[in-house]
Ligand binder design. Structure first.
Ligand SMILES: [Zn+2]
Length: 229
């Protein structure tokens, strides 16, 4: 009887591959033992990727320990950034979490952009707070990132249907509208900061209208239909 060395089963009849795992069976009367070698082909690329991932994780942990040690054991501090080692460690941990999150997933651009930018907003807010620049972050960087994500997600939604791009884009639109209204109500419309948030609000409103008009349709086809080319 032929035998699968991988599953340890004997297979009757004239089968030459295992019905369970599809490996070549060992056929004793032929004396062919070549299948003793690779049962499962080793995926070298995956192996290398796993090794690189572990290596960078190790380096990241070392970096965190070194930074915390420098600040809290050797008292290397600066007045400009009172908690520099904690902030940098948080950045490293955040990047590791994102890496872990994306490694086992299919590459889908829009959710990736959105999640990365949300993470960046949170981390930049923390960094700005430590540097004493929170108002600059809230007034300029935050709305700028939101607008960039909004435009990118809108472009991808129209270029590429499916993959729930619309839901993600709608989430971005609502974030922009919510953020703008919250900021404008709390801090007013004055100055450059107010202008950034007003711009964000206007852009979000335009995108919202565009999303409703073009919902689920190809941009070109819809334009042709409406303009009556
Ligand atoms: Zn088998």
């Amino acid at each position: 009887m032929n035998e699968c060395l991988n599953c340890h089963v004997k297979v009757g009849g004239r089968q030459t591959v295992c019905p369970i795992c599809q490996n070549k069976l060992r056929i004793p009367e032929n004396g062919n033992d070549h299948c003793i070698e690779a049962h499962w082909p080793v995926n070298q690329r995956r192996r290398r990727a796993t090794f690189l991932y572990k290596l960078q994780l190790f380096l990241a942990l070392v970096a965190i320990i070194v930074m915390l040690g420098l600040e809290f054991l050797f008292e290397i501090r600066t007045t400009a950034a009172p908690n520099w080692s904690l902030v940098l460690s948080a950045w490293v941990i955040c990047i590791e979490i994102l890496l872990r999150y994306f490694m086992n997933r299919r590459f889908v651009l829009v959710p990736m952009i959105t999640i990365c930018c949300l993470a960046a907003i949170a981390m930049l807010a923390m960094t700005a707070h430590d540097l004493g620049q929170l108002s600059v972050f809230l007034g300029v960087v935050f709305p700028a990132i939101l607008m960039a994500v909004l435009m990118a997600n809108t472009a991808f939604e129209f270029l590429h249907h499916g993959d729930n791009n619309m839901a993600w884009n709608l989430l971005t639109v609502l974030s922009c509208i919510g953020g703008s209204i919250a900021y404008l109500l709390h801090y007013g419309r004055g100055g450059v900061y107010g202008m950034m948030w007003s711009l964000c609000l206007i852009l979000a409103a335009i995108v919202l209208v565009a999303v409703i008009v073009f919902r689920g349709r190809r941009v070109r086809a819809e334009l042709e239909r409406r303009m009556d080319f």
